[in-house]
Ligand binder design. Sequence first.
Ligand code: 5GP
Ligand code: ZN
Length: 109
Amino acid sequence: MSDCLFCRIRDGDIPCAKVYEDDDVLAFKDIHPKAPTHVLVIPKRHVATLADCDDPEMLGRLMDRVRHIADEVLGLQAGYRVVINVREGGGQEVFHLHVHVLGGRKLPF
Ligand code: 5GP
Ligand code: ZN
């Protein structure tokens, strides 16, 4: 069994509130939301951090899916924020690449 939390969520070993899934990505609600809408989008393939990803096509698909999920699935036409925390210094706590999608209120920077 994988010791990666998001691989376990991907595999259905740990439940999540899924909002979108296709062959390449899974999106689910963050368990501690920082905005009215707070969704995590993960690639199904395990990559620990953005800095470890040497596959530009995978990153392109991931960001294309983020755009689709934000607009078409979550209905965030008013706007949203996309965040990727990288390594400990960047605030990353789960070492499976993931994109935070935040929206539903005005977001101060
Ligand atoms: P990071 O700090 O690594 O960029 O973000 C990890 C995120 O995963 C955090 O916002 C945290 O709330 C979320 N998280 C941690 N454990 C779980 C969990 O078991 N389920 C879900 N849905 N989110 C989680
Ligand atoms: Zn993983």
